[in-house]
Write a protein that binds this ligand. Structure first.
Ligand code: UDP
Ligand code: MG
Length: 135
């Protein structure tokens, strides 16, 4: 059975471009409710821990640097079938391949600076929610 929680980050490029409002509007309009939200500025250590699954990938150090380049908005979301519905709403990692109408198609500028994060499984959603919201 699929869970009802997911986790998202409005990434530094989108925050900097003042897309936070429009992106949250799309998310709420799609039926997700906000359970918890805050503004965070990650340091390299925190970004490396968050993206530790990607530590062997060639883009890892650039990705961590980018995620620390400015404030981000972290949000816990709730909806039936949350993880998979949210991945559909944000679109493919590479905005050039993202479907029309998705958040990444609208607001992402590159495969790295792709505006938004979405958890990829129920298990990771809970891990990511705890990462930012469990004191
Ligand atoms: N990323 C990157 N280069 C790549 C692939 C991914 O810079 O070739 C970045 C991008 O910001 C992406 C994040 O690393 O969102 C995590 O990658 P993942 O494969 O988990 O993509 P996502 O789940 O975010 O779609
Ligand atoms: Mg991922």
């Amino acid at each position: 059975m699929s869970g009802n929680k997911t986790f998202t980050i409005i990434k530094p490029d989108a925050f900097r471009a003042s897309y936070t409002g429009p992106i949250i509007e799309i998310i709420e309009h799609a039926g997700f409710s906000i359970k918890n939200m805050r503004l965070v500025e990650m340091d390299n250590k925190m970004a490396s821990r968050f993206y530790s699954v990607h530590k062997e990938r060639p883009f890892f150090s650039r990705l961590c640097k980018y995620m620390c380049s400015g404030p981000i908005i972290v949000i816990e979301l709730e909806k039936e079938n949350a993880v998979s519905d949210f991945r559909k709403l944000i679109g493919s990692t590479n905005p050039e391949e993202a479907e029309e109408g998705t958040i990444r198609k609208k607001y992402a500028s590159s495969i790295e600076a792709n505006a938004i994060h979405g958890s990829d499984s129920d298990e990771n959603a809970q891990i990511e929610i705890d990462f930012f919201f469990k004191n």
